[in-house]
Design a protein around this ligand. Structure first.
Ligand code: CO
Length: 141
């Protein structure tokens, strides 16, 4: 495994509009993407950019009670840090390497919110951190 850039920090939020207002007004974010739904993941997503191509904050709100974010919010009603996402150059070899280390991977490799392949590794095998592994976008900044 070759650790790459910290692409984003996933943050679960109970109210997307309120969360965007917080990041704009309290934290001074100037680059906030238009929220979009990812029905197959059960979430609405909004990326907050930090300057100079820095790590993003990925706001995640549940689309339904079935959403994995719903159970997180049941335990953390204010929302909070949900996952870390690191880039790797090659998603298939990263997956093989995690499997070889007996890390539990949650579901198939799929296309994530950045349009590149991703998978998640179980927090119980990752020091308590739900970890998203994402292939570096080809036309990355
Ligand atoms: Co993510």
């Amino acid at each position: 495994m070759k650790l790459g850039r910290l692409n984003h920090v996933g943050v679960a939020v109970p109210d997307m509009d309120a969360a965007i207002a917080f990041w704009r007004d309290t934290m001074g974010a100037t680059q906030v993407c238009e929220p979009f739904d990812m029905p197959e993941q059960g979430v609405t997503v909004c990326f907050i950019d930090t300057p100079n191509g820095g790590t993003q904050v990925e706001l995640l709100a549940p689309l339904s009670d079935q959403s994995p974010v719903s159970s997180f919010l049941a335990k953390n009603p204010l929302g909070g840090q949900h996952h870390l996402c690191f880039e790797v150059p090659d998603i298939a070899s990263a997956r093989s390497e995690f499997e070889a280390m007996d890390k539990r991977i949650l579901g198939p490799t799929r296309i994530g919110a950045h349009g590149t392949p991703i998978f998640f590794v179980h927090p119980k095998d990752m020091g308590g951190i739900l970890t998203e592994i994402m292939e570096t976008p080809k036309a990355s900044h």
